[in-house]
Design a protein around this ligand. Sequence first.
Ligand SMILES: [Zn+2]
Length: 465
Amino acid sequence: MQHTESSNTASNRTKVPYITVFGVLILIIVFFVLWRPLNLDRTTYIPLTQQVQTTVIEREPLPAVVGNAAIEIVDDNTANEPKLTESSDQPEDDIVQDEIDKVIAQEDNSVQYTVGRGDTLYGIMMQYGVNRSDIYLLTEQYKQLANLRIGQVISWTTDSDHNLNSFTWIISNNNVRIYERVGDKFTERTETREGVWEPFSVSGEIDSNFIADAKNLGLTSNEIATITKALQWQLDFRRLKKGDKFSVLLSREMLDNIHENSQLLAVRIRNGSKDYYAVLAEDGHYYDMNGGSLSQSFLRYPLVKQARISSAFNPRRLNPVTKKITPHNGVDFAVSRGTPVLSVGDGEVVIAKYSGSAGNFIAIRHGRQYTTKYMHLDKILVRAGQQIKKGDQIGLSGNTGRSTGPHLHYELHIDGKPVNPLTASLPVSDGLTGKSKTTFLEQFKDIKTKLAFATEKASLVSTTP
Ligand SMILES: [Zn+2]
């Protein structure tokens, strides 16, 4: 016994290097065997909209980039593990909400979305941080949800932990599908609306402010919100003056003489001597009177060149220490101190100051629906109230506030809700072309007549022999 042990010990000593090498090899093999299958769902999925893609694509498509830069996205499945940058991103200052914000802001935990080109249900809901397994559950159970069409309106509600409660799909005006969470599955019911869609038009003048005056003429908050969103890049509604005119064309669904839903067909606003039009096209988007875009385009990220992402957007991030969900409402770019930070779009600086654990902090308002936030900056190069253009340098990245290393924390909010800036559908500035433009321009002739102000109609009548 004694003898055997001592000889074993002796031979173990000579085996140590071999065991180490062998152990490392085993680890490498185990890593490769486990890693690939574990990450399948992260890297690939079958898109849900049939009309868009037919092949398997990356779950998170690489964002459109400035120049030829590419973003390296760190696995967001590691969200429960400590981050390279553990920082707090809570500024003490928040953007002051005005009347128009209140009209636009949707009910808490409810999101309404118009399906656009290239959208998938999975992609849409992921950018709003809906619990991934709930999206799978719903789409696995109801394969027909792969048939979303451009221009259709979907909406959903979540609980405070981003679990999906209900989902509504408006296929057409008289075919609305509602999916509700019951235990560990969803139920489906179809509502056939028996309402009659009727045209509704109003025309008025600014007396106090647009919201109040439009409400006086019978427009609902939702209708006013749609109008301010459609023209958000053309017009600052706060600058409308007494005597400015507006004309609105709607289609309203009447159910027992009560109006249930409505669709904005066209709006015209005259600010001073300038006319602004937003007209609905077949694709569900609004265009100007020539079929041109009403939108601004955005940069995908606020940097000149590529940067590694040290912490991804994760509204369900679990704090490794407290085990509590502490949302990460933006993305962290690992950039060295002094890296130029750019505004992702045209806009107005609303906050530019040192603000608690966010350090040097900039918030920019773009149109009415979009705001962006930039934190932990080394230097701020703009001031509140300043108008800026897409690509303008607004600051230098840094490590200020509560931050353990130099990085840029960047947030994008749509309708007051944080979304994943790398996957969010950003406004596109493409106008109509080809056949859709021809159709649009043909239809606009009739719409233009309907949007004429009373004074113009009178002069038309008086000059007609
Ligand atoms: Zn961050």
